[in-house]
Design a protein around this ligand. Structure first.
Ligand code: FES
Ligand code: FE
Length: 376
């Protein structure tokens, strides 16, 4: 009698080397992070003309600034003279121009070359042709999304559609008014795991009963292992005695003004592939942005966003922050525990997905398709 390693209802995962191989990671940088829209910066972090942030997008450093007109602009963070990195800090502010620290070529906030020392004695330099290289930028949910592709894919099809796909309705996410919310807390996690382990973990709730005691207390149905992401339009309901999405179930803040009765007392989660997670609860929004830095290292920046009056009043947000901070720590520990197994011979052929992880299989199909790989 022949035996197969998995029963027909189990689906194979990606093989281990997809999580460890620098060449796979390089192709992901090129074909995902540098080709799709990448959520780079929170718009409100650039609060005045001249404010800038630099972010790693695939293999490129991208500079996002606020121009004098108030609009956001994104450029490759590379001087057009001899290629020095223009801004070396992660964030800062300039008065009206960006000056290269090497030979002092100077660009205005629209990227035009406006000065170069001794230029007068040198052959003519075309100030427009040698301006900074522009990067496409769109705003959504109060974040600046950039795209390095020469011809960016449709923002609607590749980004905002994720919300429609999950919530079943384009307007549903608008009810949270995320772009109008204020930052209550930001925590940055340096996770020693491949970015895909973090995505896969976020997509399933099979692990919730094991590692998330606080979360399953708030959302009892999570203990059954079916993630909110399993069903279209489904939000996980708060437990009967739970007043708010807080670490001890105590009351949170007033429900955001446009959140519908159907959305009240529920948690919704959306994965915007490849690097963003949006968590919606009645009184706040939690948004994760991943910055994959190597095959085995990902920085995750998590923002807790509240109604502006909550933040302005100095209200204590720590009980709601603490809930998802614990969830984050529990999740990232699990991912870090999994990462070494990816290079074990035990995982050469990968593992398996149980039926309630089926949407992870769809993520793998999406990834293989983007990379142009066959499921060998
Ligand atoms: Fe920037 Fe020379 S490399 S001014
Ligand atoms: Fe989790």
């Amino acid at each position: 009698m022949t035996t197969t390693p998995t029963s027909p209802s189990l689906v194979a995962t990606l093989p281990g080397h997809y999580y460890t191989d620098p060449e796979v990671f390089r192709r992901e940088q090129e074909l995902l992070f540098e080709s799709l829209w990448f959520c780079a910066v929170r718009v409100a972090d650039l609060d005045r003309p001249g404010a800038f942030r630099t972010v790693q997008v695939g293999r490129e450093s991208v500079l996002v600034t606020r121009a004098r007109t108030g609009e956001l602009r994104a450029f490759l963070n590379v001087c057009r003279h001899r290629g020095a990195r223009l801004c070396t800090e992660e964030s800062g502010a300039v008065r009206r121009s960006l000056q290269c620290p090497y030979h002092a070529w100077t660009y205005d906030l629209d990227g035009r070359l406006i000065a170069a020392p001794n230029l007068i004695k040198m052959p003519d330099v075309d100030r427009v042709a040698y301006g900074l290289i522009k990067v496409a930028l769109r705003e959504w949910l109060g974040y600046a999304w950039v795209c390095l592709a020469d011809e960016p894919p449709s923002f609607e099809e590749t980004v905002t559609h994720a919300a429609v796909e999950r919530l079943g309705d384009a307007a549903a996410i608008e009810h949270y008014g995320t772009e109008r919310l204020a930052l209550g807390r930001r925590v940055s996690y340096d996770v020693r795991a491949n970015w895909k382990l973090i995505v896969e973990n976020f997509m399933e709730c099979y692990h919730c009963a094991t590692i998330h005691p606080e979360l399953t207390e708030i959302l009892p149905e999570f203990a059954e292992g079916f993630a909110a992401q399993y069903y279209v339009g489904h939000g996980a309901e708060f437990g009967e005695r739970i007043a708010g999405f807080t670490v001890d179930g105590s009351p949170g803040f007033a429900t955001l003004p446009e959140v519908s009765a159907e959305q009240d007392r529920r948690y919704y989660a959306i994965t915007v592939k490849p690097t963003v997670f949006v968590n919606l609860v009645p009184d706040h929004v939690i948004l994760h942005r991943m910055f994959p830095l190597a095959a085995d290292r990902t920085v995750v920046e998590c923002d807790w966003l509240y109604a502006p009056d909550v933040v302005a009043s100095g209200a204590d947000v720590s009980k709601s922050v603490e809930l998802f901070h614990r969830v984050n720590v529990q999740d990232f520990e699990a991912c870090e525990r999994t990462q070494p197994g990816m290079s074990s011979r035990a995982y050469r052929g990968g593992g398996v997905l149980v039926p309630n992880e089926h949407h992870i299989g769809l993520f793998h199909e999406w990834l293989l398709h983007r990379l142009g790989d066959d499921r060998a």
